[in-house]
Ligand binder design. Structure first.
Ligand code: SF4
Ligand code: SF4
Length: 412
């Protein structure tokens, strides 16, 4: 199967980060997310208490456990941008480096576990879902029996990121194992592995390992930025999502390869998720790298490891086209950070070339909507726009379209 994406842009590839893999073992502090103001939680440790790596530090209102990803001392709870975090600072003493003792190995094989047993295990193991940014069990629980296709995305939707690429190269067996667990849990009948046809090693790795091609099929694609639920659904089924529906309500679950691999590894070993992978890439870094970091590692530590040059360089989370600054704590969806100089081209007048509409993954007509002098059309544009930056990237007149759209998004 070959997928083709409407809209989006093919970004130039930078492979510098791929040459360096760094495991950040000695991060000085982690900020473990406890949720927003609505989320209830109970701390299981006191301020000043020492915790081992893998030690339980809190339970959220629905029982989701939070584990410390480094050995250290609990230094308190703080709030940032409406989210609560528990801070743990590394001690020189390194109380206990061994991870949480593995649970008793499952007496049953994974495929013999009931949906309730599997969900409980996934919850206990604190597996993060990179697609939604939430805990994986929370996303899966309402979907049991309602999913017909599991789609695992091994692509990085920017040519600058190698997070999924490296997970797929290192853990193809675990990804396939995770897919089988998900099909068993959710009741799906088929899985699709989306692979980037510019990265043939991935295809090779999976081709030799898929032993049930009727169950797991590969879909190749020329990757474009951005890949989201809507664009991937459209590429797979050659139709739009119905108004008001989501891929999940249509029976399709999208998941990142890294999440599928972690799910399987944690279930097999009984060790909770304590690390995640991010890529740091761009001319604003002295050392581009794919980094394995403890959960809750602040952006500051990631930027230091990649030798961020600061100054005029700006950081952009998950997209080299626009900038959510990498500061404070990392959110659950972050997979990459890019650093480059802001574009300083002088804007001129629109030449009505239509390129902004051509590349818009949401099928919007940015400039037309903004210049119709219709308040409603601009407001509608701003409501649907996902702020991906494709229109601005291709505009030959260098018009700051995102800025225009944001103005309408923020006005009442
Ligand atoms: S209008 Fe919004 S969604 Fe469409 S390309 Fe521009 S930024 Fe992306
Ligand atoms: S891409 Fe730029 S120049 Fe072309 S129609 Fe859109 S806003 Fe105008």
């Amino acid at each position: 199967m070959v997928l083709s994406f409407a809209g989006g842009v093919a970004l130039p590839t930078r492979t510098d980060a791929l040459k360096n893999s760094l495991l950040l073992q000695k991060v000085p502090q982690v900020m473990l997310p406890l949720g927003d103001a609505e989320e209830a939680y109970t701390l299981t440790v006191c301020e000043g208490e020492e915790v081992p790596v893998g030690g339980l530090v809190a339970k959220l209102g629905d029982g989701t456990p939070i584990y410390s990803s480094i050995p250290g001392v609990v230094t308190g709870v703080f709030e940032k941008d409406g989210m609560h975090y528990l801070s743990v600072e590394r001690t020189e003493k390194e109380a206990d480096l061994s991870p949480l003792p593995a649970r008793e190995p499952e007496s049953k094989r994974l495929e013999e576990l009931t949906a309730e047993e599997l969900l409980e295990s996934i919850k206990t193991l604190g597996v993060l879902d990179l697609w939604s940014g939430d805990w994986l069990w929370r996303r899966l629980a309402p979907l049991v029996g309602k999913i017909r296709r599991v789609v695992v995305d091994t692509t990085d939707d920017s040519g600058w990121s190698f997070t999924e690429y490296r997970s797929s190269l290192r853990h193809p067996g675990e990804i396939l194992g995770g897919i089988k667990v998900l099909l068993h849990l959710l009741g799906g009948s088929k899985a699709v592995l989306v692979v980037d046809n510019n990265r043939p090693k991935i295809k090779e790795a999976f081709s030799t390992m898929i032993n049930d091609p009727a169950l797991i099929v590969m879909a190749e694609t020329e990757v474009k930025y951005p890949i989201r639920d809507e664009t991937l659904y459209e590429a797979l089924y050659i139709r739009h999502l119905k108004k008001g529906s989501t891929a999940e309500s249509e029976g399709v679950l999208f998941l990142k390869a890294q999440t599928a691999a972690q799910l399987y590894t944690s279930l097999l070993t009984g060790i909770p998720q304590l690390t995640r992978t991010v890529t740091a890439c761009g001319e604003g870094f002295g050392k581009n790298a794919v980094l394995d970091i403890p959960m809750g590692t602040p952006w500051k530590t990631v930027l230091e490891a990649a030798l961020f040059k600061g100054g005029a360089y700006r950081t952009m989370v998950n997209s080299p086209l626009h900038g959510k600054q990498a500061e404070g704590a990392m959110d659950g969806r972050a997979e990459a950070v890019f650093a480059s100089l802001p574009l300083t081209k002088k804007p001129s007048h629109c030449i009505s070339c239509g390129r902004c509409a051509e590349v818009c993954p949401m099928r919007l007509t940015p400039y037309k909507s903004l210049t119709q002098h219709s308040y409603l059309s601009a407001k509608r544009l701003a409501a649907v726009c996902m702020d991906c930056g494709c229109c601005e990237y291709v505009c030959p007149a260098n018009i700051p379209l995102r800025e225009h759209i944001a103005r309408h998004r923020n006005t009442k």
